[in-house]
Structures are given as structure tokens and as C-alpha cells.
Design a protein around this ligand. Structure first.
Ligand code: PMP
Length: 382
């Protein structure tokens, strides 16, 4: 069985999610917009699942619009803002945002209206840096991801939200990597929140955007009146049932998972440092997701490590699967000012909720084995 260490890219369907998906597909396959009894039941089921998900985030159900995932949710937000903000209003986004925030903001609003919030040496947006940007640029909205997909760094979003509130600025959190891994019960306090179901064992192609209130409507897809006119297209009830089931399942046990997995991850880091003197873990001094390690290998390009490990049945990545730009490059490491040589040596490892000590140790042994092959290959070339 291959060991999977790319959970920040996507996750396998949880058994509870699979069950919920099948149940909804069998029972509620009717179109929720149709007018007979079975369709009404499907429509009721959709509203129940909306309420369950909103409740998990501490938000009112009327704020939640289902989408095909986080990319669509982020586009919905910036497309909507492009229609309702004053023509000269700008938004501020962190320098380490996912491309679906960065490119969506630039594309819908225009580059000139997107200001970047610099990050500190750990890749974090500090209250001081954000305050500086707010005072200088007076943005209408601040967008900072809750947890970083590459480094796992946790942004201090509750403090950033408080600061935004005190300046009357709206706050968006792309919480794609936070939800399912960290306590999400207070995220609803943000004006806008993006969630992606396939990052925590729910179905792919399903997620949502929390809007500021029930009146707000930022339709990106137009057509039918689904989602109260906020998103046209037949609703994917089985997928959102799976997302809710996955999140409810994980929310029950998050704290102990975080402690257990965090210590297995740290044991892995210690072994890697012993095996590879000079290895650098990005943002090691900052609070991070319990499952993620972004590291700069002391030698050999990341794609070579990835290929060797893949042959051993070990799946890792070279930063973000969605990173645009150069092959294998990392947005976060670029924002931290790394040079090209370092960028090429970045690898990301992201474990899961059930990853065992044996798998973490197998991964470290895999790196050891890959190293001898790569060292030999390099010696043969020189
Ligand atoms: N935002 C973040 C922080 C992500 O990690 C991802 C997935 N890599 C996305 C947005 C896009 O998610 P989706 O695949 O649901 O479009």
C-alpha cells in the first residue's frame, strides 16, 4: 500500500463521507428545484446540510452558498466585489495567498487594485504589517488565508479580523486548509470564508463560500434560480452531504489527532535533520498545521526526490500542486526571499488524520534510500 503524504493537495474520501454520498445518491437523486414530493425532500435535505455546515462554522445558514470548491468560492467573492465596490477601491491580500485568491483578485479587479500585505520571516501576516497596509491603502477588503497550503503556517486570523473590524474593513479567510484540521467553530465571525470539501475527506468538486449576510449575492454562474439566485446550476446534494459528514466526523476528535499527528510529524523532522545535515524546515519557529512539513533539502532538485520516492510508493509534493510559475516552485518560499537554487530544492510532506508512526518512519527511510541513489547519480555525472 503506497504511503500518501500529499493530503494538502487532496484527501481520500472518508468512510462516513462515502456512506453519506451513497445514501443521498440513492434517496435524494431528484432535482431539488422540481415540484413533486421527492424533489421537495431533496430540497429539504439540502437545507438541512446547509444548516449543519453553517453550524460547524458558527454562521447563519443563509450566508452559505455551495460552490464547486474553493477556487469557485474565491472567484465568486472577487467577481462580486468587482461589481459592488467603488471603481477606485482596492483590496489587500497576503503575499502567500493561493493562486485562486491572488489570480482571482487580479483578474476580477485589475492588478492595480490589489495590494500585497508583506509577511514576516515565518510567512505570517502580523497585526503591525496589516495595520500599516490599512492606513496607507485603505482597502475595502483584506484577504488572508487561515492556514497556508505549502508551509502549514497558521495566520493569526482572529487578531487580523479584530484589527479589520476596528478600521471598518471587511475580512476574508480562505480556510481551505484550516477546516477539518483545526477548530473551525469561530470562523463564521469573518465576513467571508472559503471552504473546500476535498481537503478533509469530503467529496471533490464541492465547497462553499460564506457571505457577509443573507442579503448579499455575488452570482458568478448565472442561469436558474438555485441557491436563492446566488449560484445557478443543479445542486450537488450527494457531494455536500459527504462534505458535512466528513467534517462532523473529524470535528469530534480534532484535538487528540492534532497532538498525536504533531508529535509523529516532529519525530520525522528530527530523523530527517539527523539524516540530512543542513536540511531547513520552512517556518519551523511558527505555529503550523500538525500535518505539514515544507523543507529545503540540502542537495538535489525536488523533482528528483519526488520521482525517486514515487518509485518507492511514497507520494510527496514540491510545494503547491496549484503553484503557477516555474516547475516545482513554491509561492511561500519565494515570498520569504529564497534564491532560485533553494526554490528548486523545496519539498512538501503532508500527512493525514490516520497516518501512523510506521508510515512517517517509512517516509524518512525512503528519503535515505533516495539520497543514496541520487548521490550516486550525481557522482556519475561529475
Ligand atoms: N485555497 C487553498 C488554500 C488551497 O489549498 C486550495 C487547494 N490547493 C484551494 C484554495 C483550491 O481548492 P479547490 O481545489 O477546492 O478549488
Amino acid at each position: 500500500m503506497p504511503a500518501y503524504f500529499d493530503h494538502n493537495a487532496t484527501t481520500p474520501l472518508l468512510p462516513a463521507a462515502r456512506e453519506a454520498w451513497l445514501r443521498a445518491s440513492d434517496r435524494h437523486w431528484h432535482n431539488p428545484s422540481s415540484l413533486y414530493r421527492e424533489a421537495g425532500l431533496a430540497s429539504q435535505a439540502l437545507e438541512t446540510v446547509r444548516a449543519r455546515l453553517a453550524d460547524l462554522l458558527g454562521a447563519e445558514p443563509e450566508r452559505l452558498v455551495f460552490t464547486s470548491g474553493a477556487t469557485e468560492a474565491n472567484n465568486m467573492l472577487f467577481a462580486g466585489l468587482s461589481r459592488c465596490l467603488a471603481p477606485d477601491a482596492c483590496v489587500a491580500i497576503s503575499a502567500v495567498e493561493h493562486p485562486s485568491v491572488r489570480e482571482a483578485a487580479r483578474s476580477w479587479l485589475g492588478r492595480a487594485r490589489v495590494t500585497e500585505i508583506p509577511v514576516d520571516e515565518h510567512g505570517r501576516v502580523t497585526v503591525g504589517r496589516l495595520e500599516d497596509v490599512i492606513r496607507r491603502h485603505r482597502p475595502a477588503l483584506v484577504s488572508v488565508m487561515a492556514a497556508n497550503n505549502e508551509s502549514g503556517v497558521l495566520q493569526p486570523w482572529p487578531e487580523l479580523l479584530t484589527l479589520c473590524r476596528s478600521h471598518g474593513v471587511r475580512f476574508h479567510a480562505d480556510a481551505s486548509q484550516w477546516v477539518g484540521k483545526m477548530d473551525s467553530s469561530r470562523l463564521g465571525a469573518c465576513d467571508y470564508v472559503t471552504v473546500s470539501g476535498h481537503k478533509f475527506g469530503g467529496a471533490k468538486g464541492a465547497g462553499f463560500l460564506l457571505l457577509a449576510d443573507e442579503q448579499e449575492s455575488f452570482p458568478l454562474l448565472v442561469g436558474g434560480p438555485q441557491e436563492a439566485g446566488r449560484r445557478a446550476g443543479t445542486e450537488n446534494l450527494p457531494a455536500v452531504e459527504a462534505v458535512a459528514a466528513a467534517l462532523e466526523h473529524l470535528a469530534a476528535d480534532l484535538e487528540s489527532v492534532a497532538v498525536r499527528q504533531g508529535s509523529l510529524r516532529d519525530e520525522f523532522i528530527e530523523r530527517m535533520k539527523a539524516l540530512f545535515p543542513g536540511l531547513r524546515v520552512i517556518s519551523e519557529g511558527a505555529p503550523r498545521l500538525w500535518n505539514t512539513v515544507l523543507m529545503v533539502m540540502p542537495r538535489h532538485p525536488n523533482l528528483k526526490w519526488l520521482t525517486r520516492l514515487s518509485r518507492l510508493g511514497l507520494a510527496i509534493s514540491t510545494g503547491s500542486a496549484c503553484s503557477s510559475g516555474r516547475e516545482g516552485s513554491s509561492v511561500v518560499v519565494q515570498a520569504l526571499g529564497a534564491d532560485w537554487d533553494e526554490l528548486r530544492r523545496v519539498v512538501r510532506v503532508s500527512g493525514g488524520w490516520q497516518t501512523g508512526r510506521d508510515e512517517w518512519q517509512e517516509l524518512a527511510s525512503g528519503f535515505e534510500q533516495a539520497a543514496s541513489g541520487l548521490d550516486e547519480e550525481a557522482a556519475g555525472r561529475s
